[in-house]
Design a protein around this ligand. Structure first.
Ligand code: SF4
Length: 486
């Protein structure tokens, strides 16, 4: 059986996962297309950083790829893109860029669309070095080429500055370790399906495993994995299973949020008026309820932006002048494909928010972070944006600290949980867009010209409704807090 580099990484992560990949196509989950697109775009740009090479055109699993690679190596070309070799026992891989050191040795350069090397990139590169070494190629160094998070675009892309090289040679698994791991993976694949052994640490190691919907299907919707942190959750699960009803009382003191398990088991609502009072003391009227929607791309799309920077394209703002007053709604939604939304969004925002009153957000880190970045990237607005940040109050806090908590929240204080718990008549289920990821994916399709005019029209209407709901939800949740204090 052939073993690819992704098989190798999966086999290191979990024996079940590699077995499923080979034999259970029926439970395979779809890959995220946006992540794949980012990877392809970054891979192509990376080859421009090392120009003048030869591209292997056959697919890595085709014999022709090996023939083309051997021919390019013998011609001593400076770079080979997608250089592919296979050992005589069936381990094979395509190296993104094979660099000729012109001294009989080559370097492996593996391109990753992240901003720093990850553990599994090192494992992947270890396997590549093993395969090429087994095939008689002298490998001198291995590099992971990532996007450079410090590079800010100005005009045309600066390909050299866009990327950062990381020499990982010293961190690689040695050849004997890879050989032993390959033997272990082959033994798993030669055997029958194993019993599934789930664990919070393993199933989320490197990335969230795509087989969770299969392996975790018996785990209750709210379980030990939600109530306890990583290692404690795994230890308690191993001893008592996932159902919180079976966890001994004395272990509850390890739960992440004291009282959550008791609330769940007894179906009890939690209220702590001190926490709610402390929160309301921070409020100064008028209140501005603010929410952003954003897109991000691996390669910076606009001047003054960086890899994976969140670019705000929409804000919704509900303004409540006096306690109990009818909120007025304002918003900005960028409607010009391919242009930077931020300058017009910032202008409209600072025209709409007066210079007194609290700015209420849900999960302050996000809106505050975006304002700080926009202040950095558009210094002409820095003073006003920083002033908005100084007035920010986070409505998440009283819910996260369990000032109010209902068992149906299942351990989460996100607005998608608190809203149905406390304002059940407001739901995201009937909207055309249900969450921030959908908003972002659809707007990115508009920005990159991948929508028809009809699709864009429908999306704009859905975005108006979705973002407006997020800020109206905050107005209503604050009402809930104030009513609880009466
Ligand atoms: S969900 Fe967990 S147990 Fe199942 S295959 Fe993935 S890592 Fe393995």
């Amino acid at each position: 059986m052939k073993i690819s580099k992704s098989d190798y990484v999966l086999g290191i992560k979990c024996p079940n996962a590699i077995w499923f990949k080979k034999y259970r196509k029926d439970i395979e989950t779809e890959k995220n297309q946006a992540v794949l697109d980012n990877g392809t775009a970054v891979g192509e740009l990376a080859c421009d950083r090392f120009p003048g090479g030869v591209r292997i055109t056959a697919k890595p699993w085709e014999e022709a790829a090996i023939t083309q690679t051997k021919s390019a190596i013998s011609e001593n070309v400076p770079f080979i893109y997608e250089a592919t070799l296979s050992t005589n026992t069936g381990e094979y891989c395509a190296v993104d860029i094979l660099r000729n050191n012109n001294d009989g040795t080559w370097d492996i350069i593996e391109v990753k669309s992240t901003t720093s090397p990850k553990d599994y990139h090192i494992i992947d590169a270890s396997f590549q070095r093993y395969v090429f070494t087994q095939c008689g190629i002298k490998i001198r160094n291995c590099f992971i080429l990532t996007l450079n998070p410090e590079y800010s675009r100005h005009g045309a892309l600066d390909i050299d500055a866009l990327f950062a090289m990381h020499d990982v040679t010293a961190e690689l698994q040695d050849l004997d370790t890879v050989r032993a791991n390959v033997a272990r993976i082959r033994a798993i694949l030669d055997g029958p399906e194993l019993g599934i052994a789930i664990s919070k640490a393993k199933c989320n190691r490197f990335y969230e495993c795509g087989y969770k919907c299969h392996c975790w299907r018996g785990v209750p919707e709210y379980s030990v994995f939600d109530a306890f942190k990583g290692r404690a959750a795994d230890e308690i699960y191993a001893e008592y299973g996932a159902d919180l009803h079976n966890v001994p009382v004395e272990l509850r003191e390890q739960q992440m949020h004291p009282g959550d398990i008791e609330a769940y088991l007894g179906n009890i609502d939690v209220i702590n008026k001190d926490i709610l009072r402390d929160f309301t003391k921070k409020l100064h009227w008028p209140l501005y309820f603010l929410d952003y929607e954003s897109i991000m791309s691996a390669v910076p799309m606009f001047d003054n932006s960086r890899a994976y920077q969140q670019i705000c394209f929409q804000f919704s703002l509900h303004v409540q002048q006096i306690p109990g007053g009818e909120p007025e709604h304002y918003e900005y939604l960028h409607n010009e494909s391919g242009t930077d939304p931020r300058p017009r969004l910032i202008k409209k925002l600072i025209e709409t928010i007066d210079d007194s009153g609290s700015v209420i957000v849900y999960n302050q880190g996000f809106e505050q972070g975006r304002n700080s970045e926009m202040a950095r990237d558009f210094p002409e607005y820095a003073e006003q944006l920083n002033a908005i940040n100084d007035r920010m109050v986070d409505l998440l806090i009283p819910f996260r600290e369990r000032g109010l908590y209902r068992p149906c929240q299942k351990g989460s204080a996100s607005i998608k949980q608190t809203l149905p718990a406390f304002v059940p008549e407001m739901s995201y289920a009937n909207l055309g867009i249900h969450n921030g990821t959908e908003a972002s994916d659809q707007f990115m399709a508009f920005m990159t010209g991948k929508q028809t005019p009809e699709e864009s029209k429908q999306m704009m209407s859905n975005l108006h409704e979705y973002c407006g709901q997020d800020t109206m939800a905050m107005v209503r949740l604050l009402d809930v807090i104030q009513n609880a204090l009466k």
